[in-house]
Design a protein around this ligand. Structure first.
Ligand code: MTE
Ligand code: LUZ
Ligand code: MOS
Length: 756
């Protein structure tokens, strides 16, 4: 089934923040942001901006009615800089003007006297200075010290992973409209309407019931709007509160790239120990996370790095330690995978290191160490593992030995083009690791004409969650999906929402919607039982807009049933709650059962490297993925393809560059290269895992949003293998593998090229 938004998307009729018709009297905000990454903020001069055409006011920290604070986890993030600036791009003042142009022009006239302080951009330097966001976190399983002593082979190394710009097509933005009696309605491009509501309440001093947040849809979030929509919504709300007029702000691309946080760069150390049979028996890892200037979601991201530090492998002795390091970069934040990919890359690097030294393929080590049922993760949960099943099914469909042989044969006959193949098994835990967040609600109304309106906490951001919600209602009510309308995510209809994140939106909100629809259906069945003279309600079912009795269609239509139920004063509405059962986690022991289930899969990635130029193409991504019982193949394959390309982009071409002063140099699409149609893999062929186990998720489907991104990790290792086929070298683990870095590694040993 098609995504229900596809028709309005291609016609340009879907409504994003900037498409909301503006109300007469609307003002426009633009921030003046810090030009330097670290300094003492001595004074701010707003006088020239105030005199500028169309300017209504300029707001600084001292003008806020509420608190100058938007830090949701740790209160370390002022809305507007006060005393010090901590990153280039940190909002300092808000200029409010009659037009967007006037606001932007005037913002350029604000000046600040900033006494330079040394910026720190390296997480290891920050850690050495004691600049940690939260105390270090640690997972321990078994005894690594004793195990390393028993190992036949031990390898140690370091990994540098860069961050990643979200590059949602729709930039951050918000529109605040004052409502009567001092309230505010905020339209926000956010994955977390309640997070926005809390932040707005804090900075305006309003109670939550006076602030309504509405989200129609996002032009992409990818985690970048899980927490970071808060600042822009707060900025327009503060301005609306002070001017008593509607205020809008929609960031320009370069403002967005400069001022918002990204995927966390990590610097990590590993030590891996194997026995004679290539079983990994000990693994030690230390992760230094570059958190940026304030906490944001960094501790939760850090935790997920630990949760996924052994990927799909069973390792009996593990010690993993993680530091969240405060630096002078914009606060880094959630990004598809949420720290998981950073943990998974490091174990893959350790395995590649071992394989290269032992003269075996990494695949040989990977395969021998896959999790089986009952294996314990370092955090105490026991695996129900489809790691081997997905590997086997991928291998049956696309035999790895054949893929490897093709590459070897090609390489034997080609001097300046080399092919490389790598495997990426994935294991991704589904549930927010912070257990209380695993809850959702749904509001379902059946109207007297039989049509259905659904509201949930799920935010549509291109991942097709609205289509899935409509499918749930249409399935339970036995009707065409056209009779169901999924409405905006709104804090008045659905309160206290968890953000649409952790790939769990369809799982959680789908179950809440299922419960609501079944409750209404069961009420209607008590009415229908009389009308069609059924013996019991169990005899009844709904299909194609009619009531069926014992599998036979009756004359009673859905529409007539609904109308009659209303006359009999039966409620046609329901607000339902769902909380994932069976999950828990205790940080005191760092053990528990945090995930409802895991998503497994295995992908084979093949590349061809042009060894004269350092360029490469990804020839294929083939594999087997656990969709569960997919609710919507079109949507889920879209997630697979998008995730893979986004993962490959992170691993290969997307290079964030901050200079030593903490200024973003790759601050536009001319200097930050993302995958385009020419750089997507020539072939993506992913088969669904046969005999997928049931999950607690809606209709036995499985979460699909984040896991496929991690297949992209094999892109790095495939390029590495092609380089090895050319010169036998072992490049340092430093991502992304841009063509420049590939070229350097092709000729790193200064060997003159022979001219045969
Ligand atoms: N797909 C599109 N098109 N746009 C997005 O912003 N975000 C990803 C993923 N797929 C995203 C996307 C991320 S980071 C998450 S957590 C999930 O979608 C969230 O949606 P879900 O829980 O409905 O899978
Ligand atoms: N967000 C969050 C997430 O708050 N907690 C999580 O565990 C998580 N996991 C993935 C993506 N976003
Ligand atoms: Mo996704 S990183 O959970 O928004």
């Amino acid at each position: 089934m098609k995504n229900i938004d596809s028709y309005s998307h291609v016609r340009g009729e879907s409504v994003y923040l900037d498409d909301i018709p503006v109300i007469r009297g609307t003002l426009y905000a633009c921030v003046f942001d810090s030009p330097v990454a670290h300094g003492g903020l001595k004074s701010i001069d707003t006088s020239a901006a105030e005199q500028s055409d169309g300017v209504v006011c300029v707001i600084t920290a001292k003008d806020l009615v509420g608190e100058n604070q938007i830090g949701g986890v740790v209160p370390d993030e002022p809305l507007l800089a006060e005393g010090e600036v901590h990153f280039q791009g940190q909002p300092v003042a808000i200029v409010v003007a009659e037009s967007d142009d006037q606001a932007r022009k005037a913002a350029k006239l604000v000046t600040a006297e900033i006494e330079p302080l040394t910026p720190v951009t390296d997480p290891r330097v920050a850690a050495a200075n004691g600049e940690l966001i939260v105390p270090p976190k640690k997972f321990v399983l078994g005894d690594v010290t004793a195990a390393f002593a028993r190992c036949e082979y031990v390898f140690e190394g370091r990994v540098e992973l860069n961050g990643q710009e979200h590059l949602y097509i729709e930039t951050q933005g918000a529109y605040a409209i004052p409502t009567e009696q001092g309230g505010i309605r905020v339209h926000s491009s956010t994955q977390g309407p309640t997070a926005v509501q809390r932040a707005v309440c804090r900075v305006t001093g309003l109670p939550m019931h006076k602030v309504e947040v509405d989200v129609q849809r996002l032009g992409g979030g990818f985690g970048g709007k899980e927490d970071q929509g808060n600042a822009w919504a707060s900025i327009v709300s503060v301005a609306a509160q002070l001017t008593k007029r509607p205020v809008k702000y929609s960031l320009h691309r370069m403002e967005d790239m400069r001022m918002t946080g990204k995927r966390h760069p990590y610097s990590s150390d590993y030590k891996i120990g194997l026995d004679r049979d290539l079983k990994i028996i000990a693994y030690e890892a230390v992760f230094y996370q570059n958190a940026g200037a304030s906490c944001d979601l960094s501790p939760a991201v850090l935790e997920r790095t630990l949760f996924h530090c052994t990927n799909s492998y069973f390792i009996p002795n593990v010690t993993a330690t993680a530091y969240s390091c405060r630096t002078n970069l914009p606060p880094n934040t959630a990004f598809r995978g949420f720290g998981g990919p950073q943990g998974m890359f490091v174990i893959e690097a350790a395995i590649a290191h071992a394989a290269e030294n032992l003269g075996v393929t990494a695949a040989e080590i990977q395969r021998r160490n896959l999790l089986v049922d009952g294996d314990e993760f370092p955090y105490g949960q026991l695996a129900e593992s489809d790691a081997a099943a997905s590997w086997q099914q991928a291998d049956e469909k696309f035999p790895l030995t054949r893929l490897q042989q093709e590459a070897d044969e090609f390489n034997a006959g080609s001097k300046y083009f080399k092919k490389g193949v790598a495997v990426m098994p994935i294991c991704f835990g589904i549930s927010f690791t912070n257990t209380p967040m695993n809850q959702a609600r749904s509001l379902v109304h059946v109207y007297t004409d039989g049509s259905v309106a659904v509201s949930t906490a799920a935010v549509e951001m291109g991942q097709g969650v609205n289509t899935k919600m409509a499918q749930v209602a249409a399935t339970i009510f036995g009707m065409d999906i056209g009779n169901v309308k999924v409405h905006s995510t709104n804090t008045l209809r659905i309160a206290n929402t968890s953000p649409t994140a952790a790939s769990a939106a369809a799982d959680l909100n789908g179950r809440a919607t299922q419960i609501a629809c079944e409750t209404i259906r069961d009420r209607l069945f008590t009415v229908a039982k009389d009308l069609v003279e059924a013996a019991t309600v169990e005899d009844l079912s709904l299909k194609d807009g009619f009531v069926y009795r014992s599998g036979e269609r009756t004359a009673l239509s859905w529409r007539a049933l609904v109308a009659e139920a209303h006359l009999r004063r039966v409620s046609l509405s329901e607000h339902s709650h769902y909380a994932t059962p069976g999950i828990n986690f205790d940080w005191a022991t760092a053990k528990g059962h945090p995930f409802s289930y895991h998503v497994y899969g295995t992908a084979f990635v093949g590349v061809t490297v042009d060894c004269l130029r350092g360029r490469y193409v990804v020839d294929y991504v083939k594999g087997c993925h656990d969709f569960g019982n997919s609710m919507n193949k079109a949507v889920d394959y879209g997630q697979i393809e998008g995730g893979i390309v986004q993962g490959l982009g992170w691993m290969t071409m997307e290079e964030l560059v901050y200079d030593a002063e903490g200024r973003l140099r790759s601050n536009a699409l001319s200097t930050y290269k993302v995958p385009d149609i020419h750089s997507v893999p020539k072939e993506i062929d992913i088969v669904p895992l046969a005999d997928a186990r049931s999950s607690l998720a809606i209709f036995n489907s499985k979460a699909v949003g984040e896991p496929p991104l991690m297949y992209g990790i094999a892109g790095y290792f495939a390029i590495r293998n092609a380089i090895r086929a050319f010169n036998g070298s072992s490049p340092t683990f430093d991502c992304p593998f841009t063509p420049e870095k590939v070229l350097m590694n092709l000729y790193s040993d200064d060997r003159p090229m022979s001219d045969e």
